[in-house]
Write a protein that binds this ligand. Structure first.
Ligand SMILES: Cc1cc2nc3c(=O)[nH]c(=O)nc-3n(C[C@H](O)[C@H](O)[C@H](O)COP(=O)(O)OP(=O)(O)OC[C@H]3O[C@@H](n4cnc5c(N)ncnc54)[C@H](O)[C@@H]3O)c2cc1C
Length: 404
């Protein structure tokens, strides 16, 4: 096929730039377009769990992130009111999480894609996906200067977020759909030391979290059930600040802190999309979106980039058919994320845990191995399917009975 590029990637953030970088490192001709310019922010908090950091390390980028002065996070605390479960979120090889501002992280990823040889076009808005005989062959869009530009490629990758224009043009099957469950808002504070900890506070129908980020600031994110979204929209600040009062020790700390940013927030729906078809693929939120309560999206986008590039390389080299390779990409993604998706959707209801779960949390509390396991499950380091397996739960309950 006479095309200028092997792949055009639409979207240059957590899913798009790593996909472009990994393809370009394999020698493919890659064009990345984004309507944004970089550095720029996006509506998202930005905890990158240890497995996401491990991906950055595999790509040779973690030292760059560290050099930006992003404080390391070694411990996650889950405060349920009567007790707190504290533990290490990662593994021996990848023990640390970061809460990297998207202005910093996304720019770092865009630059890495460019250094790998991908052509980056910022301020370029895709308006149309070109389809010939049922196969995607390119894009049409508007460049920063306003002119209409058409580009052709063997493949178009939608890395353009949950409202993906690529997905909208192709209408892939959507499944496991759930409506919006939570309204989440966030802001930043100075003078709120976190000492390397990511703290989460869980209360009935309310929750919030705090994590240290760039520039000596602390991110706080909190929310309420989607049912209250409309009513509480009128006074986000008042409703947000009231949540802190549910955790008096934290409320005391926040009184000595200074808020340095307005509140930003949104609600998202939950879905999977079939992530491929003739001439196209989806990575990141474009292919699989879930409530941000478990902060999995960036790590998921990184994993998608690696899995998708592996499949595309197999297809481009002729080692496997496109459908075969991409079918495995979809299956691997879905098997990996489904238990966390269910867990995330359950948490996002902010319903108090049922009595048997409260009993389990009580048994976990104080048992460091179990607390590390619980924290690692919340970080996505181990699967909820593994953590909640009958053997593991049985062992935790038995240990609690022996101790008491
Ligand atoms: C409130 C909130 C809090 C969150 N907190 C966390 C967290 O703490 N940790 C975590 O891991 N995840 C979090 N997430 C999820 C995370 O933001 C996403 O999973 C992640 O950004 C997905 O990356 P992406 O590259 O797929 O999409 P995006 O980051 O959405 O990037 C898509 C890009 O595509 C571009 N684009 C879109 N349409 C076009 C077009 N037509 N033409 C050209 N370019 C286009 C956009 O400009 C954008 O730059 C949160 C999400 C929300 C909403």
């Amino acid at each position: 096929m006479n095309t200028a590029y092997d792949a055009i990637i639409v979207g240059a953030r957590c899913a798009g730039s790593p996909t472009a970088m990994l393809l370009a490192r394999k020698g493919y001709r890659v064009l990345v377009v984004d309507r944004a310019t970089f550095p720029s922010d996006t509506v998202s908090t930005h905890v990158v769990h240890p497995l996401g950091v491990a991906a950055l390390a595999r790509w040779g980028l973690v030292d760059r992130l560290v050099a930006t002065g992003c404080p390391p996070i070694h411990t996650y605390d889950f405060d349920f009111g009567p007790f707190t479960i504290s533990g290490s979120p990662g593994t021996k090889d990848a023990p640390i999480a970061y809460c990297a501002r998207r202005t910093v992280l996304d720019k770092l990823l865009v630059d890495a894609a460019g250094e790998a040889g991908a052509e980056i076009r910022e301020g370029f808005t895709v308006e149309e996906v070109l389809i010939e005989d049922g196969v995607v062959v390119g894009i049409k869009g508007r460049s920063r200067g306003g002119e209409t530009v058409t580009e052709r490629a063997r493949l178009v990758v939608g890395a353009d977020g949950r409202y993906s224009v690529v997905a909208q043009a192709l209408g892939p099957e959507q499944y496991n759909e759930r409506p919006q469950l939570l309204a989440a808002y966030y802001t930043y504070w100075s003078d709120l030391p976190m000492d390397g900890r990511f703290e989460t506070y869980i209360r009935a129908h309310r929750g919030f979290a705090a994590a240290p980020t760039h520039d000596g600031l602390t991110l706080t994110v909190g929310g309420w059930p989607y049912a209250e979204f409309e009513a509480n929209k009128k006074d986000v600040e008042g409703n947000f600040l009231k949540i802190f009062d549910l955790a008096p020790t934290f409320a005391e700390r926040i009184r000595s802190a200074k808020r340095v940013a307005p509140f930003t927030g949104t609600t998202v729906s939950n879905f999977f999309r079939k992530p491929y078809g003739p001439g196209w693929a989806l990575v990141g939120d474009a292919g699989y979106n879930k409530d941000p309560i478990t902060a999995q999206g960036i790590t998921d986008a990184f994993r998608d980039a690696e899995l998708c590039v592996m499949a595309l390389d197999q297809s481009f080299t002729g080692a496997r058919s496109f459908d075969d390779a991409m079918g495995e990409y979809q299956r691997t993604r879905d098997q990996h994320v489904l238990p966390m998706y269910e867990f995330t959707c359950q948490l996002a209801t902010l319903e108090p845990p049922p009595p048997e779960m409260q009993q389990l949390f009580g048994a976990i509390h104080g048992n460091q191995k179990a607390m590390d396991g619980f924290v690692q499950m919340n970080a996505g380091t181990i699967s909820p399917a593994e953590f909640f397996s009958p053997e593991r739960i049985g062992a935790i309950m038995t240990a609690a009975r022996v101790t008491n």
